[in-house]
Ligand binder design. Structure first.
Ligand code: ADP
Length: 490
């Protein structure tokens, strides 16, 4: 099968979150399974800087946007057997320090930047030398493609090539909503500017267009697929999603175990496996030293990595930590992440107040993320909502016990002892409150003292298979269920 994946970020070339990891490992797994894969993604400044050998553009893109012509180039890079990356180059749009913005502010021309990406995808699929059977788009940044394709191909004879389209929603909270005065960028008739199409409270919504026009929808865990059809999690799109429920499936993300491995990992100073789990203690000491904490085995080391925003539960994590620390709880805590300046400052204040117990790094650091995953005893994810979450899957592989809220992919991947004693691999709480989080921290303290049970949790985590191969096979089932020609389902 020929599969074109379209994404606004792709690890290791560009990354702001789980989207980059997921598309990267999906592409590589599909390639390993013998399929022909292309990934189309912007040629950002970080890609230019880190990968200077990517060849010059060999395919010229020119599309109409807002009535004028816009030009770009596709730089073709063979990434792995059967997997090619097409980097869309446009100096003005993508050669910037950020992917989506800088200093906490979105770029003001994001509508144009991503409409151009969608139009360039259309141009490649329509006129390129390689005709995909499936175009699989991800999140709002590429969600306009199914609508553009269907609109632009409407007048054609129907005999030409027409791929099926799949949209994966990685996070419904980000929808790509733009004001009506930017609608002309799309060059679509105003017929589409109504509530049955992409109009959304007087503006236009890229994700809504994808939900309505993709042949099939997926999201990144079965639990999140159920949640997004409710008012609590639906971000005002629950009605549209419910309409398409027969074409919506949740598929849990998988892990690239080539990257996330505990032995021969260039990011880790110590190797360990289940049969040599004692070395994980050594890894913990190395991490404590690196973060300026006392290297000790006597207290549990908790950690969190990720965007420090409300979605990730920072508003309950910070008061919980403060309570534990002010009460002299024997523990250490490491935080790595950037995000909302308000939460960043609160973490820094906590580290300043409890320097022997708390270490905070406000930056993006891939290597340190590996070492934290490997060296911590417990990984804390008190998310308000979590479409899939990857860090708990990395933690499990690294013998680190996730302490999570029962939502989205956290609910699907973590087994609490109250659910199944034999398969327990983490600790879970449901109610979104400081009290509930405190209670689960206390459970973790007890578990830390019970080395036999701790070992059992680790074994269950390290041996459970969350490989991307299984995820890729589920996506293949979806691709195979679709007709070769795209038509509006429902
Ligand atoms: P989301 O996509 O919602 O941000 P996920 O848990 O799905 O959350 O994925 C986040 C990914 O980004 C993980 O691979 C995580 O380790 C990584 N990550 C987030 N922040 C940082 C950071 N500051 N340094 C290194 N890696 C980070």
């Amino acid at each position: 099968m020929k599969i074109l994946l379209a994404t606004s970020e792709l690890f290791p070339f560009s990354k702001s979150g789980g989207l980059a990891d997921m598309v990267s490992s999906l592409a590589l797994s599909l390639g390993e399974l013998g399929h022909e894969v292309q990934v189309i993604t912007p040629f950002y400044q970080c890609v230019r800087d880190k990968f200077p050998d990517i060849p010059e553009g060999s395919w010229m893109t020119h599309v109409t946007m807002g009535g004028g012509e816009v030009f770009g180039a596709l730089r073709r890079h063979v990434w792995a057997p059967g997997v090619e990356v097409l980097f869309l180059e446009h100096g003005g749009f993508y050669d910037r320090p950020g992917l989506y913005g800088e200093g906490g502010q979105d770029y003001s021309d994001n509508a144009a930047r991503f409409v151009f990406l969608n139009k360039a995808i259309w141009h490649w699929v329509r006129y390129g030398s390689w005709q995909p059977d499936i175009v699989h788009v991800h999140d709002w940044q590429t969600a306009l493609f199914p609508l553009l394709w269907k609109h632009l191909e409407k007048g054609s004879s129907g005999e030409g090539h027409s791929p099926s389209t799949v949209l994966t929603i990685h996070n419904l909270a980000y929808q790509g909503i733009f004001p009506s005065h930017q609608y002309p960028l799309l060059d679509l008739p105003w017929d589409y500017f109504n509530e049955d199409n992409l109009e959304y409270y007087g503006q236009w919504n890229c994700l809504k267009a994808g939900i309505l026009y993709a042949d099939y929808l997926t999201t990144v865990s079965p639990q999140y697929a159920r949640e997004i059809r409710t008012a609590e999690f639906g971000c005002n799109l629950e009605g549209v999603l419910d309409k398409r429920r027969n074409h919506l499936r949740g598929i849990l993300n998988g892990v690239d175990y080539g990257e996330w491995r505990t032995t021969k990992n260039p990011w880790l100073p110590v190797s360990f496996q289940l049969k040599s789990i004692g070395f994980k203690g050594k890894m913990k000491h190395r991490l404590q030293e690196e973060c300026g904490l006392e290297p000790t085995s006597d207290v549990p080391l908790f950690a969190n990595i990720g965007r420090v925003v409300e979605q990730k539960g920072m508003d309950i994590l910070l008061p919980t930590l403060r309570h534990l620390l002010e009460n002299g709880t024997p523990m250490q805590f490491i935080q790595l992440g950037t995000g909302d300046p308000y939460y960043e400052r609160q973490f820094e204040a906590l580290a300043a107040e409890f320097p022997d117990k708390v270490a905070v790094t406000i930056s993006y650091n891939h290597g340190l993320a590996h070492r934290i995953e490997a060296g911590a005893d417990f990984f804390v994810m008190p998310s308000r909502f979590e479409p899939c979450g990857l860090n708990q899957l990395y933690s499990l592989r690294y013998g680190t016990i996730p302490l999570v809220r029962a939502t989205g992919g956290l609910q699907d991947s973590i087994v609490d002892i109250s659910e199944n004693i034999a398969e327990a691999n983490g600790l879970k709480f449901s109610h979104y409150s400081v009290e509930a989080l405190l209670h689960v921290f206390e459970q973790a303290m007890h578990l830390f003292e019970d080395k036999h049970l701790l070992g059992k949790f680790r074994r269950n985590g390290m041996t459970r298979d969350f490989s991307m191969r299984r995820t890729a096979e589920s996506y293949l089932e979806v691709y195979l269920s679709l007709p070769g020609s795209g038509h509006k389902a429902d």
